[in-house]
Ligand binder design. Structure first.
Ligand code: NIG
Ligand code: FE
Length: 416
């Protein structure tokens, strides 16, 4: 067998398996191999198993990485973030901590609107300069693929600038970036009270440019009472699908509006947040194969009850967990805290949590065929933990247990 890299002395190799979203009780079936080794050729895993069964190698000696008896897991796939934005909303965080509701700040013209103002004022260079360190931080935390949304421009130029920033960053650092067009993140001041007219503008004037320049894979919408309600969301997402984008929704976050049902009706790849999703909506999502993305850091930051991820899995859904890093509702990319909240407050097992952060995250981006698990044929995106077991990801609460990050077969980050 030919290999460019051999990772040896792996105390515990832990990974979900499969090429698609893992649903329901199968989420707890992860493969665990002790005293393991992995062979990588270029960017792809070609073999893994017990070190005692390592196949004979041909050709030049591979690069050798000693895992030091530690655990190895797949790279995290953070399938929901808004990491490109101008300015901050630090004051707002403390207003909310003092009891002011998120939507009240939003309807008084703060919230997303403040980030829109700051992002419109930011040049491409400024957006790059603030987003790049966020990505670097994610890589240190073990994120090897991240989704990023536009939606702090809400005008043609700024939406395109945000998406271009992601394209430039994608080419200049290690983390793979999957861009989502989210022009329908909020109704901008210029269209106050005219959400329908704004959706027309997005469909007619912005989306065609996004498509022509291949700037996004997904289209997303903040489907929420007082923002974009079901009819406007449906119209936007149908148009996006017709133009060739895959679709996602911010659904049933603040009030139960029927976003989960809409996600099922339109065969969205994922519906995200779902704090207030109805049982009916969730069961329709399960039937339609929509990934339910839970964002426990946002619930934590907004002091809201967590999404009912336990019930979702028990009802047969595929659950992914993502950070939702953004300047407002959740200024955190802490995968370690998300893992702890998943276990302690969403009542998922560590195995389900691992599947949600890796393979189901990949599925939420339509990428489960080539990443999200450690198996021959998949990309060599993996983490050598600074811990003997994947169990420490939640157990050592809020701490970064990632020692080294291998992205597409190359060691790209060493934390210790
Ligand atoms: O996913 N809910 C809407 N969008 C973001 C928040 C954006 C913001 O507050 O800036 C979210 O939570
Ligand atoms: Fe979000």
């Amino acid at each position: 067998m030919k290999a460019t890299c051999l990772i040896q002395n792996i105390g515990e190799l832990a990974s979900p398996t499969g090429n698609r979203a893992i649903k329901g009780k199968e989420m707890r079936n992860i493969s665990i191999i002790r005293d393991a080794a992995i062979l990588v050729d270029q960017d792809t895993i070609v073999w893994l198993g017990p070190a005692s069964e390592l196949p004979a190698l041909e050709g030049p000696n591979p690069e050798f990485i000693d895992a030091g008896g530690k655990a190895v897991i797949p790279g995290f796939v953070d399938s929901h973030t808004h990491f490109v934005f101008g300015g901050y909303r630090d004051e707002e965080f403390f207003w909310r901590a003092g009891g002011l509701p998120y939507m009240e700040i939003h309807s008084r013209g703060g919230g997303i609107a403040s980030s829109v103002k700051a992002t419109r004022e930011a040049s491409l260079e400024q957006l790059l300069a603030t987003a790049a360190p966020r990505l670097e931080q994610m890589l240190k935390l073990g994120v090897t693929t991240v989704e990023g949304k536009s939606g702090y421009g809400l005008d043609l130029d700024t939406e395109i600038r945000q998406l271009k920033a992601m394209r430039i960053l994608e080419a200049s650092q290690a983390v793979d970036i999957i861009p989502t067009f989210m022009g329908a993140h909020s109704v901008p001041m210029e269209y106050k009270g005219r959400a329908g007219a704004y959706i027309d503008f997005i469909i007619e004037k912005v989306m065609p440019i996004v498509i022509e320049n291949s700037l996004a894979k997904f289209c997303d919408v903040f489907c929420e009472k007082g923002v974009f309600e079901i009819e406007d969301s449906r119209r936007l997402l149908k148009a996006a699908k017709t133009m060739g984008l895959e679709i996602k929704l911010h659904a049933d976050e603040i009030v139960p509006l029927g976003g989960a049902e809409l996600a099922a009706e339109l065969s969205a790849v994922s519906a995200d947040h779902l704090l207030k999703a109805s049982e009916q909506g969730l069961s329709e999502m399960a039937k339609a194969g929509v990934v339910a993305t839970c964002l426990p850091l946002t619930a934590f930051s907004l002091k809201e009850p967590y999404a009912e991820a336990r019930k979702m899995i028990d009802a047969g859904l595929a659950v992914a967990i993502a950070s939702d890093l953004n300047p407002g509702s959740c200024y955190s990319q802490s995968i370690p805290l998300a893992a702890a909240l998943s276990v302690l407050y969403m009542n998922l097992s560590m195995e389900e949590t691992l599947t949600a952060l890796t393979l189901n995250g990949a599925a939420a981006l339509g990428l489960a065929h080539d990443r999200g698990s450690l198996e021959p044929g998949k990309l060599a995106d993996m983490l050598i933990l600074d811990a003997p077991s994947y169990l420490h990801l939640a157990y050592n609460i809020g701490m970064n247990k990632v020692g080294r990050v291998i992205k597409k077969g190359k060691l790209v980050c060493t934390n210790n």
